[in-house]
Design a protein around this ligand. Structure first.
Ligand SMILES: [Zn+2]
Length: 359
C-alpha cells in the first residue's frame, strides 16, 4: 500500500477567510491559540491590507512575514525562524510563489500548514511540491507534502484578473497529455503508473473539459461564479492529491510541462508566460506528437478562451521551435513523447503557424 496524507479540510466559500479558526477547529484543535506566522508578499499586503489584518486578528498570537525572494535558501531560513521561535502554525496567503515557499518552510519545520490561495492560477495551492529558485536562474521542484488544510475564499478569487483563472484551467487541461506521457514512460519501464493517481488526475481533466457539456464559450461572468470557482478548486486539488498518491508529479506533468520549463529556463529574457497558459499552449502540440485527439484539446482551449496563441504571448517562431527542441533536456530523467517525436524546424514551424491560425 502507498503511504500518503490527505488534507483535513478543503473549504471553498465566499467570505471563508473571515472564519478560519471556526472552520478549522474540529481538525486543528485550539487553532486560534496557536502561535501563527502569516506568510505573504509586499504587493499582496498592499492589495489586501484590511483582509490580512482581519485574518491575523482571529489568532491570539500572530506575526506577518513578507517574503523577499522565493528561493530554497529563503524557505530554509524561514523554516529555521519558525523552529527557533516555537511557531506551530503557518498560513500561506498568495499565489504560487508565496504558497510554495510557505509550504516548504512548514514541511521542513514540521508545522501545520494552511494554504490560502489568492488566485487559482496553478496547482500550487494543493500540490506536494514546492518550486523554488536554486542556483543561478534555474527553479527546481522540491518534494514536500500536501497542505494540512486548503481554504478558498471565492470573493478573493473573483477580485483577481480572469487571466489567472484561465491559467488554472490551463494547468488542468495539461493533464491530458501528462497522463499519456506517464503511461508511455511505464511502457518503457522507466516509471510505474499508480491507477488511483491516474484516475484522479483524469477526473480533474474531465471535470473541466466536460463542464457544461463542453460546448458553449464561457464568459468572464460565468467563470467568476461560486460554482465554477468550486469546480476549478476541486480540479486543482484532485491534481495535487494525484501527485501526493503517486509520490511524484507525473500525473500532472508531461511533455507540455517540459516545454514550459524550457521556456522558463532558456528564454526567460524573451518571454514570460504564466505557467498554466504556457502548459496549455504546450498541450496542443504534445497531443499531436502523441497522435491523440488534439481536437479535444483545441475545443477545451477555445471553450474557455485560454490565450494560447504564441504571438499574443510575445513568443516568436524561433523561440517556439527552440523551446520544443530543448524541452526534453530540461528534465533529462523523464521519458515523454518528445524522445520519439519529429521535432524538426520544419514540423515545429508548421505547428507554430497552425496555432497562430486556429487560436
Ligand atoms: Zn503545472
Amino acid at each position: 500500500m502507498n503511504q500518503f496524507k490527505l488534507p483535513y479540510h478543503l473549504i471553498v466559500e465566499a467570505g471563508a477567510f473571515d472564519h478560519i479558526p471556526e472552520k478549522m477547529d474540529d481538525a486543528i484543535t485550539g487553532i486560534e491559540k496557536k502561535k501563527m506566522i502569516f506568510v505573504t508578499e509586499e504587493n499582496l499586503k498592499g492589495i489586501f491590507e484590511d483582509r490580512i489584518k482581519k485574518i491575523c486578528d482571529q489568532f491570539h498570537q500572530s506575526e506577518e512575514y513578507l517574503i523577499q525572494r522565493a528561493d530554497y535558501d529563503s524557505a530554509v531560513a524561514l523554516a529555521k525562524y519558525i523552529t527557533m521561535n516555537d511557531i506551530d502554525l503557518v498560513i500561506g496567503f498568495g499565489g504560487g510563489t508565496v504558497l510554495d515557499l510557505a509550504k516548504f518552510a512548514s514541511f521542513v519545520s514540521k508545522t501545520v500548514y494552511i494554504s490560502l490561495p489568492t488566485t487559482l492560477s496553478n496547482d500550487s495551492l494543493a500540490s506536494p511540491v514546492a518550486v523554488l529558485g536554486s542556483t543561478g536562474k534555474a527553479r527546481k521542484s522540491f518534494k514536500c507534502t500536501i497542505p494540512h488544510a486548503i481554504m478558498v475564499d471565492a470573493d478573493v478569487i473573483k477580485s483577481a484578473p480572469v487571466r489567472q483563472l484561465l491559467s488554472g484551467i490551463g494547468d488542468t487541461v495539461s493533464k491530458y497529455t501528462a497522463l499519456y506521457d506517464w503511461k508511455l514512460a511505464a511502457k518503457k519501464d522507466t516509471e510505474r503508473v499508480d491507477d488511483f493517481a491516474y484516475m484522479m488526475s483524469r477526473m480533474a481533466f474531465d471535470s473541466i473539459c466536460f463542464f457544461d457539456g463542453g460546448h458553449s464559450e464561457m464568459t468572464e461572468n460565468e467563470l467568476k461564479t461560486n460554482s465554477f470557482i468550486r469546480l476549478l478548486t476541486q480540479a486543482l486539488v484532485m491534481g495535487g492529491l494525484a501527485m501526493e498518491i503517486a509520490g511524484n508529479s507525473r500525473p500532472s506533468s508531461g511533455s507540455e510541462h517540459l516545454f514550459c520549463h524550457a521556456l522558463e529556463e532558456n528564454f526567460s529574457e524573451e518571454v514570460s508566460i504564466p505557467h498554466g497558459i504556457a502548459v496549455a499552449m504546450g498541450s496542443y502540440p504534445a497531443a499531436i506528437f502523441q497522435g491523440r485527439n488534439h481536437e479535444k484539446i483545441k475545443n477545451v482551449i477555445k471553450q474557455y478562451r485560454i490565450p494560447v496563441r504564441p504571438s499574443d504571448n510575445k513568443l516568436s517562431r524561433d523561440v517556439f521551435i527552440a523551446a520544443w527542441q530543448s524541452a526534453s533536456a530540461s528534465r533529462a530523467d523523464r521519458y515523454t513523447i518528445l524522445r520519439e517525436a519529429d521535432l524538426s524546424d520544419e514540423r515545429l514551424g508548421r505547428l507554430y503557424d497552425e496555432m497562430e491560425a486556429i487560436f
